[in-house]
Design a protein around this ligand. Sequence first.
Ligand code: GLP
Length: 240
Amino acid sequence: MSIKKIVCKDTQEIANLAAQNFIEIIKKRQNPLFILATGSSPILTYKNLINDNNVNKTSWRNVRTFNLDEYVDLKEKYVSESYRNFMNINLFNHIDIDKKNTFFPSKNLIDGKYDDMISDHGVIDLAILGIGNNGHIAFNEPGTSIDSKTHIAYLDESTRLANSRFFNNKLEDVPHAAVTMGLSTILKAKKIILIATGTAKKNAILHLCQAKEFDPKWPCTCLVNHQDVTIYIDRDADLK
Ligand code: GLP
């Protein structure tokens, strides 16, 4: 196993280091392919990338992106909470990417369809991940198989509670399901980076760093089977 752990002094340092991974690949590869995450963890990294695109002109014109997940059956009044909207607001609207090259999973793209779409586009250069307090990756909740492909996932109550902050703190308004890229697809990325901050993530990070093999109770431990994983965490998320 080769998980590299980098403990940073603050979220800005995490974002600087994480963004560098994207910039290096964009400069090197003709048609980079990225897996992107939503959630609060990658927001500052995306800000850095927007700044780099605007100031240094690192161009996203040939970049293709596949997002990890999307809610199913969002209530009308919460359409702005879709992950597509999140990505538009936090990244795509501010860089020179062609939105035709940005993809999201949906109910119509299960049973291997989203996964085939990704492999038809070539090799995944980089995946950026967050992590749930319960160790979920994307919406691969505890119990998910390591062979999973893009599928409909039923959200853990702890995940719905954590995400209720985006739904006026009304648990009843948080969707019960999402479509998520499976663990096997995520593991196909050549390089994986994961961001975690705050004490709520400590237990999940502890399980990830101590795992010797995949433990379905902690989906994040699938990463021990990968050759190139770097986790960027702050001191609060670090095991003491
Ligand atoms: C959500 C997302 C995940 C994300 C996780 C952590 O449930 N589906 O992709 O990694 O929560 O979110 P945050 O970064 O806001 O803590």
